[in-house]
Ligand binder design. Structure first.
Ligand code: LLP
Length: 431
């Protein structure tokens, strides 16, 4: 099986967090997102303890909540003493609704609306990561009206092109996020900030992309960002105290994937920052990162029921499930790869080649093509593994299909954390 978090019990059923997934499907219905709480907590702790070990703890780990945003997730993140990154008024509102400390929230976005900025200012979020010059001026004016001084970081495009899907690359100049380095935009933005009275520049931020397995791009980013901080110090006489390196740490979707451990990723980052600080004679800054996928990504799955097995001779076999691109658009968007298991036959060999199709009225509504699973039959429970990140959070009601429920499993127990939508929910806002 993909990793040691998934198991098989004496009935031959797939288990997660000590819970029988076939029983879960029968109890809560399908489709069903299943998240493993211990795994999420361990991921939080691994990042934190790596910073303690390699950087004396002078660091903040912000969970990038776009990967999985709901009340229970913010409660868990808070209890693990992490910070969180939000990217919309909706995520911010959800975090605040469970009492997430505003000071530990970083607010992102390339086009934050005036309403979103007002919410952020009124709730006293700790950091706003400013994306562009318009936002900078708006924020300063709004903070002035409210008689506040907002701590900010500037989002920088460090000019790094990493190996991942084009849609999730963000470090290169041709990208909608942030201030470019190459054309002097970033330094010009600093000059502007320093004329302002209601924003306080505490640091700089970069995020180079997502699902990255290489380490060199992060090491390069460390050098480039410290060099920029040094340049700012020499040019303007101010010493920035924080550098945020964003998220992007890859997780294992397939047996062949080889992600770098969290400990190793953080060790390399800290060493690269220390080396750069020595080279440029710059005092060690506080570090931040914003992992999303690597906190909620790996020990989770989605359960479905198989409704149709359609064999087209000499072509392929379509196995149709009761969900699809509505609850997981990642194959349609990025050709994302997943391992798939027939949960009630998890002890049998995966020797059947199938294409897993969703129920939307759309040929591209596929979850995986030509993937190996156990011999499928109508009524079987199908598990798509590693769906914790960017599945629930990217789900839609296309074809007016209600969004699934989510349960959290822990030490053999399961609890509902997001209720299943029903038809009434679908027409709630219709007039
Ligand atoms: N920080 C910033 C500023 C980001 O834009 C992102 C992700 C993160 C942190 C978290 O990155 P992570 O650690 O999760 O890689 N929907 C796509 C992924 C989009 C990522 C967007 N930004 C997917 O399903 O693969």
């Amino acid at each position: 099986m993909l990793n040691n978090r998934f198991g098989v019990n004496e009935k031959g059923n797939l288990t997660l967090g000590g819970v029988d997934t076939v029983e879960l499907a029968n109890t809560y219905g399908t489709p069903l997102y299943v998240m493993d709480e211990n795994d999420i907590r361990n991921n939080c702790r691994e990042f934190k303890s790596a910073f303690d070990k390699y950087y004396g703890g002078n660091a903040r780990v912000y969970f990038a909540s776009k990967a999985f945003s709901c009340k229970e997730m913010y409660r868990i993140v808070e209890s693990e003493m992490l910070c969180t990154d939000v990217v919309s008024g909706g995520e911010l509102y959800t975090a605040l609704s469970v009492g997430f400390p505003a000071e530990k929230i970083g607010f992102h976005g390339n086009n934050k609306t005036p309403e979103e900025l007002a919410l952020a200012l009124d709730s006293n979020v700790g950091r706003i990561i400013v994306d562009n010059i318009y936002e900078l001026h708006n924020l300063n004016a709004m903070a002035k009206d409210k008689n506040k001084v907002q701590k900010i970081l500037l989002r920088i495009k460090p000019g790094i092109d990493c190996h991942t899907h084009d849609y999730v690359k963000t470090g290169q100049i041709d990208c909608k996020f942030g201030f470019a380095l190459e054309n002097g935009e970033a330094v010009k933005a600093v000059e502007e900030v320093l004329k302002m009275e209601n924003v306080e520049l505490v640091g700089i931020h970069c995020h180079i992309g997502s699902q990255i397995f290489e380490t060199q791009p992060f090491v390069d980013a460390a050098d480039i960002m410290v060099a920029l901080a040094k340049n700012i110090k020499d040019t303007f006489g101010i010493t920035l105290s924080e550098i945020n390196f964003g998220g992007g740490y890859g997780v294992k979707y397939l047996e062949t994937d080889k992600p770098v451990s969290k400990d190793e990723s953080i060790r390399l980052l800290c060493e690269a920052v220390k080396t750069a600080c020595e080279t440029y004679e710059f005092p060690l800054p506080a570090l931040s990162i914003e992992p999303g996928r690597s906190i909620v990504g790996d020990a989770n799955l989605t359960l479905y029921k198989i409704g149709v097995v359609k064999n087209i001779e000499n072509v392929r076999t379509y196995v149709s499930i009761d969900g699809g691109m509505g609850d997981n658009p990642r194959y349609a968007l990025y050709n994302a790869e997943y391992e798939v298991v027939v949960a009630n036959k998890a002890d049998k060999p995966r020797d059947f080649v199938a294409t897993i199709a969703g129920k939307c009225c759309e040929s591209g509504d596929l979850i995986q093509e030509h993937t190996k699973i156990q011999t499928p039959e109508v009524g079987d429970t199908l598990a798509v593994l590693t769906t914790g990140a960017y599945n629930y959070s990217m789900a839609s009601n296309y074809n007016r299909i209600p969004r699934p429920a989510a349960v959290m499993v822990k030490d053999g127990e399961a609890r509902l954390i997001i209720k299943r939508e029903n038809y009434e929910d679908l027409i709630l806002k219709d007039i």
